[in-house]
Design a protein around this ligand. Sequence first.
Ligand code: GDP
Length: 431
Amino acid sequence: LPVVAIVGRPNVGKSTLVNRFLGRRAAVVQDIPGVTRDRIPYQALWNGKNFTVVDTGGWEPKATGMAASIARQAEYAMKTADVIVLVVDAAVGVTETDLAAARVLRRSTTPVILVANKVDDERGESNAAELWSLGLGEPFSVSALHGRGSGDLLDLVLDAMPEAPREQDDVGGPRRVALVGRPNVGKSSLINRLSKEERSVVDSVAGTTVDPVDSLVTLGGEQWRFVDTAGLRRKVNTASGTEYYASLRTEAAIEAAEVAVVLLAADEVISEQDQRVITQVIEAGRALVIAFNKWDTLDEDRHAQLEREIDRDLARIQWASRVNISAVTGRGVNKLADHLKTALAGWETRVPTAELNTFIRALVQETPPPARGGRAPKIKYVTQADVRPPRFVVFSTGFLEAGYRRFLERKLREQFGFHGTPIDVSVKVRE
Ligand code: GDP
C-alpha cells in the first residue's frame, strides 16, 4: 500500500490528524514531548483507496535535541513514504524545529504537503500565511481537532500519491534497449555489428535450442541488453511479414525495454512509417534516442535536405537525443552509449517538490493561465507523481487550456532538462 508519512514536532497535532485520516478514534497516544513512540503504521481508507498512515513520532529529544530528531524523522519519511505531510502549528508559528524539518524536506523528491494545523476559523488563516517562509509551497490550513479542511487535505494527499506504490528500481542487470525502425533502415546490420564486439547472447530458456531472444552488447564500457533481437540477428524473411506483424513485434520490443533507439535511414525521406514508430515509443512512455543510419552515404545536398526534414518533421521531438551513425563503417556507433545514458537519466529524473513549486509559482506569476468566462484559474500546487517517464500533476482551481499545458511542459523542459524522454503534464481541478 502507498505510505503517507506524517512529520512534525510534538504537540502540533499529528496524532489528531492521523485520527482524522482514520475516521475514528484510533488508539493513537497523545503527543507528549519526550515520550518515545514507535512509528506505527495505520491502515486508512478514503474515496475507495487504501493507504497506510505512519506517524513518524519516535522521539529521543534528550539525547539528540529536537531539531536533529525531526531532521532524522524527515529523512526517514523521505526514504520510506510516497507522500509526506509536514504538520506545523499555525497558532504557534514557525519554530527552529519546523525550520529544521523544512530544510531537509526541501530536498525531497517525494511530494511534500505543508499543513498549517490549528486553523480553527477564518481568523486563523493569517497565521497560516506565515508558513510560506518554510519554502515548501502553499500551506494547507486545517483544524485537525474540528475537522476543518481535513477532507480536502485527504483529497490532496491521494492526488499527490503515485498511481503505483513506490517503485523499486530494477536492481543491477544491464539496461534494456529496443532497436526499432521500419524495414531496411539497417537494424539487422547494426545489431550484427554491435554483437560482433561481444558474441554473448541471452537464451530465453537456458539449455534449450530455442532462439536466443535478446543480445548482450558492450558499448561505452557498459553492458546493454538489446531486447527481442532474434529476428534481427538471423534476418528471417521479413518480406513475408506483414506490416501488421512488424508493428506488433516493435510494440513488444518497446514494452520490454526502458529506452528505444529509433533507427532512421539518413538517405531517405522521413516517412509516415518512421513517424508511427516514434509515436509508439512516446505512447509507451519510453526514453527515446533517434539514430540516423547510413550516414556514410550522405552527400552535401542530401545533408542539407535532411536538416530541413528534421526541422519540419521531428519538431515534436526536439527533446530527443540524436546521433548519426553508420552500421557499415561503424561511424558514431560508440557514441550511442552516451545518448542512451542521457535519455535514461532524463527518463528517471525526479525534481524535488519544493524546487518544482518555487519554479512554477514564479512562472505563473509572470504568465498566469488565461481567464475563461471572466475567471482566471489559479494554479495551487504541482507534484511529480511519477518517473520513468516523468509525470506531473498540476492542481488548479479551474480548467487549463491545452495551449497553457503545452507552455508548462515547455517551461518544465527548459528548466529541468528531461533530454531524451517524453514527459506528461496533467491537470486536476480543485475548487
Ligand atoms: P533492417 O530491415 O532494418 O534490419 O535493415 P538491414 O540491416 O537488413 O539493412 C537494409 C540494407 O541497408 C542492407 O542492404 C544493408 O546492407 C544496408 N545498410 C544498413 N546499414 C547501412 C549503413 O550504415 N550504410 C550503408 N551504406 N548501408 C547500410
